[in-house]
Design a protein around this ligand. Sequence first.
Ligand code: GDP
Length: 364
Amino acid sequence: GFKCGIVGLPNVGKSTLFNALTQTAAAQAANYPFCTIEPNVGDVAVPDARLDTLAKIANSAQIVPTRITFVDIAGLVRGASKGEGLGNQFLANIREVDAIVHVLRCFEDGDITHVENRIDPVSDADTVETELMLADLDSLEKRIKPLEKKANSGEKEAKEQLALMMKAVTLLRDGKPARNVELTPEEKEPFRQLQLLTGKPVLYACNVDEGSAATGNKFSEAVAAMAKRQGAGAIVISCRIEEEVAQLAAEERTEFLSALGLEEPGLNRLIRAGYDLLGLITFFTAGPKESKAWTVTRGSRAPQAAGVIHTDFEAGFIRAETIAYADYVAGGGEAGAREAGKFRLEGKDYVVQDGDVMHFRFNN
Ligand code: GDP
């Protein structure tokens, strides 16, 4: 599955946020079996109102959302790149995730120590990013030496890899994260395989005081400006509120949230933002047995989508019967969409679109 790692300095609200996520996941688990939760890993359903609409139209007995994984990665302190705190363990954990949710402390509270004795989320972000850049530089420099020998002896692959690494090194030495590297389409996969910490997409989660959950505050505004400069995402969330919401029964939630000026739990926005950050889109299957949401990477073709459901589907792929979500709804289901001429037969080169309702034909 796809994984988002939750990082941040100590005492910024990571555990609070993660607990809210796992409690939500645990609540979801009652409805959706097969949800395994490890101490620092939460597997959560991606909230998607379209799925409920489809299930109603298709008269489905079951609704099965798609899921992503959040991992709580503790242990980041200044000096982590030099092994301070949980240094190496921390770095190893973060290498394994596909995207990073960076929690920033945007609340004031004299009772809760800030490790640097000040509330300044932009500097905090900088402290964390610096550690990650130092760790990337260190790991690249270690890998470059042996690679240079191979490249000098004329190995083409080594030469290419070296050139890619040098692009990242140049940026990092200049104090910029590796995600700013400009890549050709062919370089994307080799770049991903370098597993650079600052090569992963980032979403800043501004943990604000309860009173600012709906509006944000001066701290979250500063973070939003920074995120914009970096081309990163940012959301405002109150981890405290989320922790309380997660403990409420479903029917109490709406009232509690609307009293705070909120339409939905911040976690829903966080989960969806994480999903976007990972470059993921959803396609659906709908029928009387179940309506189900499935995840593919944006840009995936129909056979890959079929392969998410079952590997046999990909190998024996013939075609995908496809109806766009809006057409499915407008037609009141498959039959109506067919009548309206919105039912398409798509072949192996079809690029799956977010919201496609699909049915695969395959040989076995
Ligand atoms: P972590 O070290 O980043 O995992 O931080 P925790 O989630 O353990 O939070 C550190 C402390 O800050 C705990 O006592 C939390 O209850 C508290 N905290 C978290 N979010 C908020 C918030 O929005 N407002 C206030 N006042 N305290 C918070």
